[in-house]
Design a protein around this ligand. Structure first.
Ligand code: NDP
Length: 239
């Protein structure tokens, strides 16, 4: 059955592969992008681009209205958009801290809250939040990012309890290091250090994360809620 799926930050990186994976499986998929042109790789597949900055509640509402008009109520939401502003604590400004929280945590709150309206009415919904292994392990220079990603676990688990009786599931995927613009920006030495700590000895590909997300949104995962699924090559084992 073709569902209405929305992926935030679907224009590149992990979000692009998640969007593509749902579209190739036959769902009606919309994705958000912030600026520039939406990628042809997705529009050619029939995916619906909606411009939206998730730090702005009005833009979130407008994006949902567009998706609802074209595809109906969102049945599967993947909250993937995220940013980093890495800095050691002594140099981290309050603005750097707040900006990361505003996108990664409050931005996720904004899109989940808006999705909830239609899901409650339908008494059905799947929400998958993209966290990170560093939310559980910590990472020097990433206190803002790790705090935002750890917070998503408490957020999802609270909602899993609050809305389980309405048949809405909330799960978290915690990727390790994935080959995208975000990790390509790290210094080469840091990248080598990371790979040395990963039992599988390599970065993940965005498609590895997309596969876990699709599973959590599938019928096979209908009894899974409040879970944190690592896709990290074994990096965070035990968390
Ligand atoms: P990228 O930097 O490649 O892409 C980030 C995406 O988020 C872009 O589409 C970007 O849009 C979007 N975005 C950022 N801020 C906003 C905003 N305010 N409003 C709307 N969209 C926004 O990141 P990745 O693909 O690597 O990461 C995707 C998710 O996975 C993130 O949540 C990240 O934290 C998480 N993650 C990534 C890991 C990795 O190793 N890469 C590891 C663990 C987790 P735009 O193009 O407009 O900037």
């Amino acid at each position: 059955m073709s569902r209405s799926v929305l992926v935030t930050g679907g224009n590149r990186g992990i979000g692009l592969d998640i969007t593509r994976a749902f579209a190739e499986a036959g769902d009606k998929v919309a994705f958000t992008y912030r600026s520039g042109e939406p990628p042809a790789a997705l529009t050619e597949l029939g995916c619906l681009p909606v411009r939206c900055d998730i730090t702005d509640t009005e833009q979130v509402d407008r994006a949902y209205k567009e998706v609802e008009e074209q595809h109906g109520n969102v049945e599967v939401l993947v909250a993937n958009a995220g940013v980093t502003r890495d800095q050691l604590l002594m140099r981290m400004s309050e603005e750097d801290f707040a900006a990361v929280l505003d996108t990664n945590l409050t931005g996720t709150f904004r899109v989940v809250k808006r999705a909830n309206r239609g899901m409650l009415r339908a008494r059905r919904g799947r929400v998958v939040l993209i966290s990170s292994v560093v939310g559980l392990m910590g990472s020097p220079g990433q206190a803002n990012y790790a705090a935002s990603k750890a917070a998503l676990v408490g957020f999802a688990r609270s909602l899993a309890r609050e809305l389980g009786s309405r048949n809405i599931t909330f799960n978290v995927v915690a990727p390790g290091f994935v080959e995208t613009d975000m990790t390509r920006a790290l210094p080469a030495e840091r990248q080598a250090e990371i790979v040395a700590q990963v039992p599988l000895g390599r970065y993940a590909q965005p498609g590895d994360v997309a596969a876990a997300v699709r599973f959590l949104a599938s019928d096979d995962a209908s009894y899974i809620t409040g879970a944190v699924i690592p896709v990290d090559g074994g990096l965070g084992m035990g968390h």
